[in-house]
Write a protein that binds this ligand. Structure first.
Ligand SMILES: Cc1cc2nc3c(=O)[nH]c(=O)nc-3n(C[C@H](O)[C@H](O)[C@H](O)COP(=O)(O)OP(=O)(O)OC[C@H]3O[C@@H](n4cnc5c(N)ncnc54)[C@H](O)[C@@H]3O)c2cc1C
Length: 644
């Protein structure tokens, strides 16, 4: 494991590129007007009807755009379609895509799809070539004045389409369309070169996981005007139904038991005094969907809180060590808003905002915790509705369900893995709960910012390889099918922004007390590394983890982390909450569980109220208003009825 500290001056450029502060790709269907020689750019994510394709915004900072993903678990998804106008005549079709298993040299191109124009499939199949995103030549197509186009998935195995181009000049070749091509995309789409005014707020919170959501609500209940910007359409981050992780950590700890009140409002399970295990994802999923709705309701009913979902922050304007505004891009329409604020909270997990602003941060490039895409099978599949395999209405009448061999997946034909026979993951007895649980984890030595698509795809290859081995080699689960898998990567570790205090594992072990004790930790120093019991064949990336559990990773809890770990040491108006706070790699193992992250948000929201009333910055709250912060922590976030 290596720790690298990147200085802010040096890192600005590096991070600006990584986080997409180069102008981002705009996304919209059909330009308003097309001249005779103008190529027509259609952004897939802006199609009128996405059918069964998933909208994936996760990697737009790296590859240039949100895209559509045929996440069908081996069952082709319904067509995505839209209409567009053109100058009638012959055009060359270009489709931005890739063969997602090519990075491993795997053959078989599982993500194949067709493009159908006015009902007829063009000859080429897409998703069949190239390890990198590129424009695949689709040959010549005759367009009418009004056209209907559809993406027709052929496999259900994660095909992907970013955009399509119809070029009237059939000899023309399109430019590379990564993040640097954003101005070109905007020009093609007729989108404004500059973002629109998105307003001015007391506090702008970026990232709607549990940490950001709690920070935004807490600040709004302090009377602030708050914007909460989230790049998905649900709140909760890893704890949402999109990733399926159960929230852990104890609330209401002494001597400040009111910290945790707001997390409790969001937490339907209310098992705050019990340390729970990771659940069976299927049994858990309906409950999580209800939690998504509950979170949205709390936020939408909160006066003073303006929620922007489906918008990803990909640029920051900062001057003199202060952030002035962030730019958020609508992941469907490509519309961009510039949102100004007096103070900001980076609750993105990846510290996107801080990194773009030039905040000091630390990252562990190798030997860090990995990324998981939890998955679950449906036992005894009857599957009346393949789009809703978790539907309660499904009647159980088991019948055989075939699954194809997956030569392009991680080859687990001869390899043991948790859930196969008597093999089990850590803390789990043998059985089906092992399949797709938390320890299906990859990417420990990969770049945790720029290689996440690869990590996610490796998780999907491991899942398909395991299911192939179980069904087709072992003959297990003949009447079952894969029911659910997260296509959103569940991330555990990337950048950690540095504050005035950097909390270490030793602080936990030695119970180091701070005068600004702010939120309690009760989870052990839980770090993950590849499980040596499960080595993959052919030197492929490890795919099963093991968590630290020995006495050296335990401490006497609760351990109260200081407020000074919740603001940037060199960006004066920036707080952070969630897994990107100021801790070492080791201490992250304890602070990262979600009830704990939510409590950080509570404290940040309370501190933002103090800052606003006293004209202070985050550091000033510690230096000049510590007694008031202590009072607020003692009282906690008030319920909505007690708003000031
Ligand atoms: C498989 C797995 C199992 C785990 N097990 C547990 C467990 O059992 N219990 C537990 O409590 N914790 C568990 N954890 C850890 C926990 O989920 C994370 O540490 C926690 O979710 C971090 O919270 P966060 O709010 O910082 O980030 P997240 O939950 O990742 O939320 C951040 C949100 O911000 C959004 N975002 C990111 N960048 C931008 C941007 N630029 N613009 C707008 N929005 C953006 C993201 O889409 C995301 O929704 C697990 C993690 C994983 C991956």
């Amino acid at each position: 494991m290596r720790n690298v500290l990147l200085g802010s001056a040096a890192l600005s450029c590096a991070v600006l590129a990584a986080c997409g502060s180069t102008p981002q790709a705009a996304s919209r269907t059909a330009p308003a007007a097309t001249g005779p020689a103008t190529p027509i750019l259609l952004e897939a994510e802006a199609f009128r009807d996405l059918g069964g394709w998933a909208l994936d915004q996760q990697f737009m900072d790296q590859m240039g755009s949100p895209y559509l993903l045929a996440h069908g678990l081996g069952r082709p998804v319904k067509d995505a379609q839209t209409m567009f106008k053109a100058t009638p005549g012959r055009h060359r079709l270009w489709v931005r895509t890739k063969d997602w298993v090519a990075p491993w040299g795997a053959k078989g191109a599982p993500g194949r799809f067709q493009v159908r124009v006015n009902g007829a499939a063009v000859a080429a199949e897409f998703g069949t070539e190239g390890a990198q995103w590129h424009w695949q030549d689709g040959g010549l197509v005759d367009l009418a004045a009004e056209n209907q186009i559809s993406l027709h998935d052929l496999t259900g195995f994660e095909g992907r389409c970013d955009a399509l181009l119809f070029a009237p000049d059939t000899a023309w070749t399109p430019p590379e369309a990564g993040p640097a091509a954003a101005p070109w995309r905007r020009a093609q789409l007729g989108l404004p070169a500059q973002p629109e005014d998105g307003g001015q707020y007391d506090l702008v919170v970026v990232g709607g996981g549990i940490a950001g959501t709690c920070a935004a609500v807490a600040a709004a209940r302090e009377g602030l005007q708050v914007a909460l910007i989230q790049d998905r359409f649900v709140l909760g981050g890893n704890g949402s139904s999109e990733v399926g992780v159960r929230i852990e950590g104890l609330l209401h700890q002494k001597p400040w038991p009111a910290i945790g009140n707001l997390v409790g409002e969001f937490d339907g399970s209310r098992k705050s005094a019990v340390a729970c295990q990771n659940p069976d994802p299927l049994a858990h999923m309906q409950g999580l969907k209800n939690e998504d709705v509950r979170r949205l309701k709390v936020v939408e009913n909160q006066p003073g809180l303006h929620l922007l979902t489906g918008m990803r922050v990909n640029a920051v304007a900062a001057k003199g060590g202060r952030i002035q505004s962030v730019t958020a891009q609508d992941i469907k329409s490509g519309r961009r808003l510039q949102i100004g604020g007096s103070h900001f909270v980076d609750a993105t997990g990846d510290a996107c905002v801080g990194a773009m602003a030039g905040a000091d941060f630390e990252i562990t490039p190798e030997g860090h915790m990995g990324v998981s895409n939890p998955w679950a099978q449906q036992l005894g599949c009857d599957c009346k509705d393949l789009d809703e395999p978790l539907s309660k209405e499904t009647a159980r009448t088991p019948q055989p369900v075939a699954f194809p061999r997956c030569p392009w997946a991680v080859d687990l034909t001869e390899t043991p893995f948790p859930g196969r026979g008597k093999h089990a993951g850590q803390w789990e007895p043998a059985g089906t709960r092992n399949l797709g649980s938390w320890f299906w984890e990859a990417g420990f030595d990969r770049d945790p910012i720029n290689e996440v698509e690869l990590m996610r795809d490796q998780n999907l290859r491991a899942m398909y390889g395991a299911w192939d081995a179980l069904k087709n080699v072992d003959g297990a689960y003949p009447d079952s099918q894969l029911a659910w898998a997260a296509f959103i990567a569940g991330k555990r570790e990337s950048r950690r922004l540095l504050g005035d205090v950097i909390v270490s594992g030793e602080d936990f072990r030695q119970a180091k007390a701070y005068p600004d004790a702010a939120f309690p930790c009760t989870w052990h120093l839980d770090l993950h590394l590849p499980d040596p019991a499960y080595k993959t064949a052919n030197g492929a990336d490890p795919f099963i983890s093991r968590a630290t559990e020995s006495a050296q990773y335990r401490y006497k809890g609760p351990y109260w982390v200081p407020y000074r770990a919740l603001y940037s040491r060199n960006i004066a108006n920036l707080w952070m909450a969630g897994r990107d706070i100021s801790v070492t790699h080791e201490a992250l193992g304890a602070v990262r569980v979600m009830r704990t992250c939510g409590m950080m948000g509570e404290v940040v929201g309370l501190a933002a109220g103090i800052a606003k009333r006293n004209h202070l910055d985050p550091r000033g709250v510690y230096e000049k208003a510590l007694p008031e912060l202590r009072e607020k922590i003692t009282r906690g976030v008030l319920p909505p009825s007690a708003n000031p």
